[in-house]
Structures are given as C-alpha cells and as structure tokens.
Design a protein. Sequence first.
Length: 254
Amino acid sequence: MRRILLVVTAAGALLMAGSAFAASGFEVGARGAYWFPKMSGNVQTKETGDTRFDFKDTLGMGDENIPFGEAFLRLGNTTLRVGYTQIKFDGDKQLTQTVVFNGTTYSATDNVISMLDMKMIDGEVQYDFLRPDIGIAGFNLGLILKVKYVDGKVELSSASAGSTVKDFKAPIPMVGVAAGVGFLKDMVRVDARAAGIAYSGNHLYDADGYASFAPLPFVRIQGGYRYIDLKIDKDGTLASFKLKGPYVGAQVSF
C-alpha cells in the first residue's frame, strides 16, 4: 500500500506539472472486439480437505473466443471509460484424480461437467499529462486510475456427487499508464494501456496494446493483443488464471 500511495503522489505531481502540455478537444465513442485468448489457471475452495485443481488438465476446459467492449468520453486531456468483458469456459471430462470442491468429493473416474463464468466491469480515468500535436503526427502519455469489478463463479457437477457452485466477488483498484502515437492526423495509430496491483499475495495485471486504421472519418479498425493475469483470494475461494491472445475489433467515435 505504501508503494501505491507513492505512485499516486508522484503521478499527481506529474499531472500538475504537465497540464500545460495537454491538448483540448472532445470525443465520444465505443469500441468492440473479439478476443482469441489462451487460458490457463487453477482454483481451490478453502474448506478443510479441499484440493487445488487445474481448469484445463483436471477439468478439460478448452479455450473460448470472448467478446468485449467499452464506451469512452474524452474531454481535453481527460478520458473516462467503462468496459465490460464476460468470460465463460466449460469442461466435460472423466477425472483421473479425486477432487474435493467446497466440501464435496468428486472421485477419480467420475465424469464431471464444469464451468467457469466471470464478469469483469471496468471503470477508468485516464489523464494525459503530455498530448502535443507535431504537424501531422502526435502522441500522448498519461496516468490511469482504474477499478475492475470481478464477479465470478465455478461450478462442478456429476451424476454421483451432484452440483456444487462457489461464487467470488471483488472490486479491485489499479493504477497504470497509457501511451499512444498517431500519424497522418491519427489516420494510423498505435496505442497501449497497462494497469495493475499486487497485495497480500493477490494480484491483477491488465494490459492491452493495439494498432488501428481509420478508413472513414468516424470508424476505426483495430487489431491488438490483450493480457490479463488474476490471482484472487476472496469469499473462501483461491482462484488464479491467465488469459492472453490477439483480438480484432472496431471503434466508432465522434
């Protein structure tokens, strides 16, 4: 927490020092994308005797394509964003080991149907303390303050043991940076954002980098790479997973 306070204090000083370099302007819009991530991770509930098990190796969950989107409003050097991502993975596999989940035992050789369902809602403020225009090119560099609300559940079911569901929910504050460069009056752009936090053995890192091209005045085609690494110990559940992979999308703004 001391490190986070130091980062926020230093960032505030930079914001005040760099405010003279911020460009004025107004933009409102939305972007949507289709993500093709690779997933890895494991989970353990914290009842006595519960075991940790892997989503893929133990439960047979496969990779899934994931849509996500965000809306944004830029007023001068400040950008507000709200984003939403829903992640859902399913598995159907005969176990090769005994799994104890939230006090329920699923024996080796049981055929277990499983599901990981998680919603992530993002609220974000970006302040660009550098945003100059240099002829037909320009760039920006800024600070991000962000809260990601995670609402997830894991469910296991089999014919012999029945169904067991475990929920976990948490708002997670993060700090980060954003940078971008545009050419030909932003007809072509490259942008990147990264935010994160680590505390008491938990962590969340969220990074997104993409290139974009504007074939029409209000439409932008995008392609990028997104990375999420989450470890959370909340509501009697210890869950850890990573999602990383490319995506394609489009943005409409005015």
